[in-house]
Design a protein around this ligand. Structure first.
Ligand SMILES: [Zn+2]
Length: 244
């Protein structure tokens, strides 16, 4: 039975991942989510449903458009794989518990933010707010942790907001994106205060590594995906470290 659930979650992750990536492209460009159907960025031809199957179509088409042979952005494919992988990993670790569903919220925001932040330096308010509402509902079921987590989210938000104001004054430009601050509020609510601080350290380290590995001179570094990835790493290891 277990194996059926895992296979099911693998496919569900691919389908959800595909939808998150689509949101990540469309929300920053103000394209409605339902219309038009997927089309090639280069030749604008509509992509038929059998060429739009998550993960498999990309592999089958070798990452190129079936009409004009131009390269398809591999980021969607990456999001589909990562979403599917994380769905499985968190299910195996936690089963269908509140923690599992908290991870699903973070994975979902990660999927959208990976595309929107890497491609457009954009973190969607609507997606973060949707995540916050889902988390408040989930945290309610954690009874003992409820107040701790809600206060944690608020404190982290306020703390980072303060750092941003000081940073903006010192560097005389936007030091932290507004989206990143909201994401930290979200992470505080998901993890609680101390685990969030640890996740922040992990995120900053990953961002630094990314900065040194990415050769092209980028004017901005997308911080959002690393914040969420750090949070997921901590969420995965929380029971082993007794972090609450
Ligand atoms: Zn094309």
């Amino acid at each position: 039975m277990e194996i059926f659930i895992i296979v099911f979650l693998a496919f569900l992750g691919m389908i959800f991942g595909s939808f998150y990536a689509c949101m990540g492209y469309r929300i920053p460009n103000k394209i409605p989510l339902t219309k038009p159907n997927s089309y090639c960025e280069n030749c604008k031809k509509e992509i038929k449903w059998y060429m739009n199957i998550p993960v498999f179509s990309f592999l089958f088409l070798k990452g190129r458009c079936a009409y004009c042979n131009s390269k398809i952005d591999p980021l969607s494919f990456v999001v589909e794989i990562i979403t599917s992988f994380l769905f499985i990993v968190f299910y195996i670790k936690y089963g269908f518990t509140v923690t599992f569903f908290i991870s699903i919220v973070l994975i979902s925001v990660l999927g959208v933010t990976m595309v929107s932040d890497f491609r457009y330096y954009y973190v969607s308010d609507r997606v973060v707010i949707l995540g916050l509402i889902s988390l408040i509902v989930l945290v309610y079921f954690e009874k003992d942790f409820m107040f701790y987590k809600i206060i944690s989210g608020l404190i982290l938000f306020a703390l980072i907001f303060l750092i941003k104001i000081i940073g903006d004054k010192i560097f005389k430009k936007e030091s932290l994106g507004g989206g990143d601050i909201k994401l930290l509020g979200l992470i505080g609510l998901a993890l609680g205060f101390y685990p969030s601080l640890i996740s922040l350290i992990i995120s900053c380290s990953m961002t630094l590594v990314y900065y040194f590995l990415s050769k092209q001179e980028e004017k901005e570094i997308p911080f959002g995906p690393f914040l969420l990835l750090g949070a997921l790493i901590v969420l995965y290891f929380i029971p082993s470290f007794n972090l609450f």
